[in-house]
Design a protein around this ligand. Structure first.
Ligand SMILES: [Cu+2]
Length: 491
């Protein structure tokens, strides 16, 4: 089969899936046929012995101070529900994408080709970069096109991720597998002291709870979630862990884990099966001031955290799934057993990992962002942001310091995400934050009827054409209009 013909066929399949559930269900039921069409493009989620799949590290090429990465968003198949072949999508593969490493102070160029058969965009979630490079809806590009953003890495060490962000199709594209991690490295003392050998003692954990029918058709909207016969598979790095505990052998006593909740809507809490503690070192936006012993880490959709384990015996990690939307997963899943095979003795963790100067918000400009709903239509400040014209726009200026009250007037759970700059929590439902909530965030839970107060400073970038987004990271809510634009202008 020629490359061209193969491409055409799998494009048509993905478009068929977008047009309605019937197309995808048929593909799922006849998975073998689709696997032939995609010619080797089937995601191998785990070895036969159920060892943890580690996403590839994407090799860049560096010339003249710029590191170039090449990504293709493409379709394929994967086993999302055990024993069933699903139509999926991924970057440079059939499901999920490779991990990128960016270095603080360097410049990156990404050549991203769209081979999905539909418009897409690629957003660098949590990165502090120009609005024109942010990958929001204004950066959507068509099938067959290549988008080539380039920017300097201003972020310090943290765990980011990349995923589609085009209007109305974000949930569909992310749940089918379009998501990957970005590790930002820097030359801080903390980074030097922490494990950083990718796949050896620095381990990515992309967790997802999806919704799929018995034919493997992955659901992404209200109609899909309300259809019958659904299951809610839980995946770790693309492998179904509903009834399987994956294994990882740690060859260093201390292992670092970077966890992403890439679910469209469900909340995932990560903990140890023995009730012991995790040593949390980072939130969404980098290191905590000092490592914190925690018994669990609660991640809303889109959120990340990092922790380390100093292992003397095997530890099993589990995730507790809580439905964030109309329907979703539930229960506790042992997803990974980490077995030590090491004899080294790591030095004590640094007593200080980071300096976080708390914002004094006395003179910050106050703003209220209201998360609302009218029937199935979601809105921000009364505007349902399903199109660029219909969404509310917040105008601010370079170096503005602001404190926002994110007020949830609905009884639904939301996951508030702000592009461009990190924020500090000032209050959560009226209560001052403590513990790991004193870190930096870009995504945070807003419970039904609740509110969070956050503070931020709009540094470095202005644009009078391209806008950042602020939205609910329950992807169905985002697609239903819970999204607004942020324009940072010259002062
Ligand atoms: Cu929401």
């Amino acid at each position: 089969m020629s490359e061209t013909k193969s491409k055409g066929l799998h494009r048509r399949k993905f478009l068929g899936g977008m047009a309605g559930a019937a197309g995808l269900a048929a593909v799922g039921a006849a998975g073998a046929t689709f696997a032939l069409l995609t010619d080797g493009n089937t995601f191998k989620a785990a070895a036969a012995d159920n060892t943890l799949n580690i996403p590839d590290l994407l090799e860049g090429t560096t010339a003249d101070g710029t590191t170039t990465f090449t990504l293709t968003a493409q379709t394929g198949t994967s086993e999302v529900v055990s024993g069933v072949t699903s139509t999926t999508a991924g970057y440079n593969g059939s499901y999920l994408g490779p991990t990128m490493k960016w270095t603080n102070g360097s410049t990156v160029l990404l050549n991203i080709t769209n081979d999905l058969g539909a418009d897409t965009s690629v957003h660098f979630h949590g990165a502090h970069i120009p609005a024109k490079m942010d990958g929001g809806p204004q950066n959507a590009f068509a099938d067959g096109e290549t988008w080539s953003p380039t920017f300097e890495i201003k972020d310090e060490a943290k765990t980011l991720w990349y995923h589609p962000h085009a209007l109305g199709t974000t949930a569909e594209q992310v749940v089918h597998g379009l998501a990957g991690l970005i590790i930002v490295e820097d030359d801080s003392d903390a980074s030097a002291a922490l494990p950083s050998e990718y796949g050896v003692d620095d381990i990515p954990l992309i967790l997802q709870c999806l919704a799929a029918d018995s034919a493997g058709d992955i659901k992404y909207n209200l109609t899909g979630y309300l259809s019958s016969g659904l299951s809610y598979p839980v995946l770790c790095n693309g492998t179904n862990v509903d009834a399987t505990t994956l294994g990882f052998t740690a060859t260093k006593t201390r292992t670092r884990f970077r966890v992403l909740n890439a679910s469209p809507s469900d909340i995932l809490t990560v903990q140890r099966s023995d009730g012991g503690t995790l040593t949390q070192i980072a939130t969404d936006q980098g290191y905590l001031t000092e490592a914190a012993e925690v018994t669990s880490i609660r991640l809303v959709a889109g959120a990340r955290a990092e922790f380390v384990l100093d292992l003397s015996a095997a530890v099993t990690l589990q995730t507790v799934v809580t439905t964030g939307w109309v329907r979703g997963g539930s229960g506790t899943y042992d997803f990974l057993t980490v077995t030590p095979d090491a004899s080294d003795t790591p030095a004590d963790l640094p007593s200080t990992l980071n300096t976080i100067t708390r914002y004094d918000t006395t003179n910050f400009a106050a703003r209220t962002v209201t998360l609302g709903q009218q029937g199935a239509a979601m809105n921000i400040n009364g505007s349902s942001g399903t199109t660029m014209d219909s969404m509310a726009t917040i105008m601010t200026t370079l170096d503005a310091e602001e404190v926002w009250t994110i007020s949830n007037t609905t009884q639904l759970e939301h996951s508030f995400h702000l592009h461009d700059v990190p924020f500090q929590l000032i209050a959560i439902n009226g209560v001052a934050p403590t513990g790991t909530d004193l870190g930096w965030f870009d995504t945070y839970e807003v419970v039904g009827g609740g509110s969070i107060k956050i503070a931020m400073k709009f540094t470095d970038f202005t644009d009078d054409t391209y806008m950042y987004m602020l939205h609910c990271h329950l992807l169905q809510h985002e697609d239903e209009g819970m999204m607004a634009a942020l324009m940072v202008m010259d002062s």
